[in-house]
Design a protein around this ligand. Structure first.
Ligand SMILES: [Zn+2]
Length: 106
């Protein structure tokens, strides 16, 4: 997986234009499915019935899992989503921005 929890990513594609170009923090990673949950991106609308947790019911917006292929790591130097170069440094696999060399795992 090129993306890890707490990474800042940018959506390169979005369903119905939703979320494209948006950045957000990775909340959850599902490596087997190749899908991640990103804060504020790929929101789905859910209609909720009245319950103890939600006594009013109504409509809530919730993040849905999205494919890693539709995301790019956000480089704070390039100020955009970039491709990642993976290298081994001191026995550790680290990720660098393919453009400016910014280390994501420093
Ligand atoms: Zn960069």
């Amino acid at each position: 997986m090129k993306i890890k929890r707490n990474d800042i990513v940018v959506a390169t594609r979005g369903r119905d234009g939703q979320g494209k170009g948006k950045t957000g923090k990775v909340l959850q990673v599902d490596p087997l499915a190749g899908r991640v949950l990103v804060e504020g991106i790929n929101l789905v609308t859910k209609h909720v019935k009245k319950s103890q947790d939600n006594p009013k019911g109504g409509i809530i917006h919730k993040e849905a899992l999205m494919a890693v292929a539709n995301l790019a790591l956000f480089c704070p130097h390039c100020k955009k989503g970039v491709r990642v170069r993976r290298v081994v440094e001191a026995g550790k696999r680290v990720r660098h921005c393919a453009k400016c060399g910014h280390g994501f795992d420093a």
